[in-house]
Ligand binder design. Structure first.
Ligand SMILES: [Zn+2]
Length: 423
């Protein structure tokens, strides 16, 4: 092609292709200059100190999975003060409320979970050293619960109007298999157009769905006194053989780009059985948690797990039964390319990178899940997971976060909410 040749229609079409495939972000930084949005953003700066104080108070309200009532009550009271519509606490203590749009825009959910992985009685008093605050649950997901709450308050303070409804969901039992979000999406009656899980560090944007299958396997026998146990089939031995076989299953190479997560993975999390010391147990069991980032791998590993646990029963000559605790159907999920290129994900990348800490590396999207967004993905709802705070060591007693990072984090949520609900 010479300089004077005009663009061929084909080339012209190719140049337009990215937009045609929907890789466009709804976020335009000009949005931040709108007076209402600016007022909302500025109001977050003004409240930097009380926001951190309230975040700490929230962390110190115990909320192990299944026992989120106290936090749910707190959030509900705040939703009432905000004047949200249709505030509901459901049977399992999910709390949701709607900030009504003016009409004609998509309904978008912002979900942060109230539960933490730490059992009742875990000391959760927050320690503050400079900008770092530490306590179990300070990051996952209390930081994001606080940020989401403050985002709704800031929208009100600025008088920001959105076209679509913005729905605040404080979900429960996220840490035990995304149960609250699943229940809410199936039973609440809402059919959101877009779903945002606020459940990561502010340095992450996830657009995937982790495949999760959880099983409990039982081995059974008639039982026998210890004195009669020599050489007899034993459910306890079957559990041992099963565990041995499960950890011998060859795993595919690690999925890259997931920070500290090592996937795919097979984990035996619980074992149990027997009622007395001096007998063959009538029953012994183990649980398996199997996770991978794609269905093909998951299906292959599931087959291998089943073979291993059944094999143990056969070798030991004991009874066997399997219970599926969690296995989501992903048949409605969109393809990876479609999910990544959805404007919601591109918008989240735009807003999180716009507000990321100066000098930190560009935030890249990862095709992984394990947040409430997983459930939305499995239902074919465009979804993304983001975070509002720089947090470290989730699920560990040493968990900590940067207090100052919550202000830009909240602003990033505001930008995402406004851009996505008013495009
Ligand atoms: Zn979480």
């Amino acid at each position: 092609m010479t300089k004077s040749t005009p663009l061929s229609p084909l080339l012209f079409a190719l140049l337009l292709a990215p937009a045609a495939f929907g890789q466009k972000s709804w976020f335009d930084p000009a949005l931040l200059r709108q007076p209402e949005v600016k007022k909302a953003m500025d109001s977050v700066d003004e409240r930097a100190a009380p926001i951190v104080d309230e975040w700490i108070r929230l962390v110190e309200i115990p909320a192990p999975s299944g026992k989120e009532q106290a936090r749910a009550k707190y959030i509900r009271a705040e939703m009432e003060k905000l004047g949200l519509s249709d505030i509901k606490t459901d049977d399992i203590f999910n709390v949701s409320g709607v900030r009504k749009g003016t009409g004609g825009g998509p309904g978008i959910v912002f979900a942060a979970h109230t539960d933490t992985v730490f059992p009742e009685g875990t000391p959760i008093k927050v320690k503050r050293e400079g900008d770092v605050i530490s306590a179990p649950g300070v990051g996952d997901d209390t930081s994001n619960l606080m940020a989401t709450l403050e985002m709704f308050r800031a929208l009100n303070r600025g008088g920001v109007k959105t076209k679509g409804d913005v729905i605040f969901l404080a979900s429960v039992q996220e840490e035990v298999g995304l149960l609250g979000a699943k229940y809410w999406l199936e039973k609440s009656g809402y059919k959101p157009d877009l779903f945002v899980a606020v459940d990561l560090s502010s340095t992450q944007v996830w657009y995937g769905a982790l495949r999760i299958s959880q099983f409990q396997f039982y081995y059974t026998s008639p039982g026998a006194h210890t004195m009669e146990s020599r050489g007899a089939p034993s459910p306890a031995k079957a559990v041992a053989k099963a565990i041995d076989a499960l950890y011998d299953i060859p795993l595919p190479k690690l999925v890259e780009g997931l920070d500290s997560f090592k996937l795919p993975v097979i984990n035996v999390g619980m074992i149990g059985g027997g009622t007395v010391v001096n007998a063959i147990p009538r029953e012994a069991w183990l649980t398996v948690d199997l996770r991978s980032t794609d269905s093909t791998t998951q299906d292959q590993l599931e087959t291998a797990v089943m073979k291993a646990v059944r094999g143990a029963a056969e070798k030991e000559g004991v009874g066997f039964r399997a219970e599926t605790k969690i296995a989501y159907d992903y048949s409605k999920a969109r393809s990876a390319a479609e999910r990544l290129n959805h404007p919601l994900v591109q918008t989240a990348l735009g807003t999180t990178n716009y507000f990321r800490k100066a000098g930190t590396p560009e935030i890249k999207p990862a095709d992984v899940g394990s947040t409430d967004a997983n459930i939305a993905v499995s239902m074919g709802i465009p979804a993304v997971a983001v975070g509002a705070v720089m947090e470290r060591m989730p699920h560990r007693l040493e968990e900590n976060a940067d207090a100052g990072s919550i202000v830009p984090g909240i602003k990033s949520l505001i930008a995402l909410a406004v851009a996505a609900s008013t495009h």
